[in-house]
Design a protein around this ligand. Structure first.
Ligand code: URA
Length: 200
């Protein structure tokens, strides 16, 4: 499929899903956060769901975790953010309470209602490699119960697409204390992605 066909399909998918009310998250969202990037991206990053800033702006990974993810992509991988594709398992912000004070991972019913959109995005884009960020994205895409500390840096597959899980940028930020190995481990994982892209 060429890039303009991919773009068309993604746009259609966006138009048919943007007003979704299939789960309880639809009721309290400001914005539906579809995902963004190059329809022909070689690499796709997948998080769990929008946070406060993402819900306000309608774009994935634009808050503090997004700044770190952007730095990993642009400074670490030397790829402009616009050339990768960034998406989430759920498209509306999961919060603990309706006032939206605190984020939480998406619940089972929310993932069941929404995740087909992500799978469709993956099928359209068909990247060379996928990076799952943190537990919810990794467990969903790889259909596993194994935690991220064991899964990170390992080579897995979603259909025929290689998947390398790594820590979620929010987790990296929370674990930024002297002696923490989280950053170094994430960089090791990302180096595997860089190597794969250089060789394929
Ligand atoms: N965390 C996520 O998992 N996704 C976003 O888009 C932002 C923060």
């Amino acid at each position: 499929m060429n890039i303009s066909e991919k773009e068309k399909l993604l746009n259609n998918l966006y138009l048919t899903t943007k007003d979704c009310m299939k789960c309880k998250l639809g009721k309290c969202r400001n914005c539906f956060v579809f995902g963004e990037g190059n329809p022909d991206a070689p690499v796709m990053f997948i998080g769990e769901g929008p946070g406060k800033q993402e819900d306000l702006q309608g774009r994935p990974f634009v808050g503090p975790a997004g700044e770190l993810l952007t730095a990993i992509i642009e400074k670490g991988m030397k790829i402009p953010r616009s050339q990768v594709y960034i998406g989430n398992v759920v498209k509306c912000r999961p919060t603990v309470d309706l006032k939206g004070f605190r984020d939480r991972p998406p619940e089972k019913d929310e993932v069941s209602a929404c995740s087909w959109i992500l799978l469709e995005q993956i099928n359209i884009i068909h990247p060379k490699i996928i990076v799952t960020l943190g537990n919810p994205a990794t467990k969903f895409l790889l259909n596993t119960e194994i935690g991220i500390t064991k899964m990170r840096g390992t080579l897995n597959y979603y259909k025929d697409i290689p998947v390398i899980p790594t820590y979620h940028p929010s987790y990296i930020l929370r674990n930024d204390y002297p002696g923490s190995t989280t950053k170094r481990e994430t960089w090791e994982d990302i180096k595997k992605v860089i190597k794969y892209l250089a060789e394929n």
